[in-house]
Design a binder for this molecule. Sequence first.
Ligand SMILES: NC(=O)c1ccc[n+]([C@@H]2O[C@H](COP(=O)([O-])OP(=O)(O)OC[C@H]3O[C@@H](n4cnc5c(N)ncnc54)[C@H](O)[C@@H]3O)[C@@H](O)[C@H]2O)c1
Ligand SMILES: [Zn+2]
Length: 363
Amino acid sequence: MAEIIVSSPQPYPVVIEPTALRLLPEYLGGAGQVALVYPSVLAGTAAVAQVALQDSKIRVLPLVVPEGETAKTAQVLTALWSALAKANFTRTDLVIGVGGGATTDVAGFLAASYLRGIPWIAVPTTVLGAVDASVGGKTAIDLPEGKNLVGAFHDPRAVLIDFDLLRSLPPREIRSGLAEVAKTGFIADAAILKLILDDPVSSQQVTSERFAELVTRAVQVKAATVAADPEERILATGSVGREQLNYGHTVGHAIEAYEQFRWRHGEAIAVGMVYAAELAARTTGLAPETVALHRSVLRALELPISYAAAPYAAIRDFISRDKKTRGGTPRFVLLDKPQHPIITTPTEEAMSAAYQKLRNDIL
Ligand SMILES: NC(=O)c1ccc[n+]([C@@H]2O[C@H](COP(=O)([O-])OP(=O)(O)OC[C@H]3O[C@@H](n4cnc5c(N)ncnc54)[C@H](O)[C@@H]3O)[C@@H](O)[C@H]2O)c1
Ligand SMILES: [Zn+2]
């Protein structure tokens, strides 16, 4: 078991252990009632949460939301606000989000916005949710015009990562989440890369000790990053800050968009990280063996490391629209040496040459 404290104005624990859900009653504060937000596929998990809450005699309001990303809409949120109002939720009552990153994003934004902010607890049930979405206090919903356009920073009271809840995940979902874990290895913690390479099979087993160590280390990186830059502002001062979490995401997002979101997020950023490594080789002088390490770690996780479907012009177009682009100049998070990300502006030639390198998946 591990407990990582995220330092913020109100520090909160990320509890990582097989039966963390049972600890729910310890984090109720003075709540008289709790809203349990979850998608119907996780009804079994919600029932376990209800059992955990039984002894505390707290009133539980179940709020079933649509599956995954389809929950992150203004319509869903309006229904959730009304449900809390009808149940007379007050500022001391509590929202618990149980699900993947999409569910915890909407549950967190519900808590951030209702009565100008009530407490919430995240219970992530995907690997991505555990190592990324539930830590750091970002909450959001989507608009038809784009993802995550409406949201707020609102730290949870606690994050409970319970490995038992991850057992039902399809292998592809686990691998996709592990791409974010590998990302934290490339930008900050070399031990993560070694753990994956030493045993890629047990790395993908959510009940293994290796998996627990990978998740714990990835959460440590995310927690340290957001503590240093809680609201993504360090950028202005010239250091990398929270933007380092975007490693591999510029071209990753471009591929997701080009593929019309049929790829899992982690699959797209795996290719995006190989691209970032190839681009760094041409921009910051990143050593060839570090570029090769990107391919070997990601391939060990059975993630894609090559891509040729989109013409470069289409990808370049998406890069122009990336949120890191300023005044038309693309900015990338690249490594200049292992575990040392910097923000830099590559040349057009380097960007296009690095893209050509994605055609071959040679190690
Ligand atoms: N707030 C942040 O800082 C942050 C960071 C990264 C990503 N995100 C957001 O996270 C979302 C992606 O999260 P995700 O990858 O977890 O996707 P997701 O929440 O859409 O979950 C993926 C699918 O798995 C299902 N599922 C969840 N847990 C399961 C389980 N234990 N067993 C079986 N099926 C399960 C879900 O119902 C869904 O269909 C995006 O909306 C993204 O914007 C937020
Ligand atoms: Zn990501």
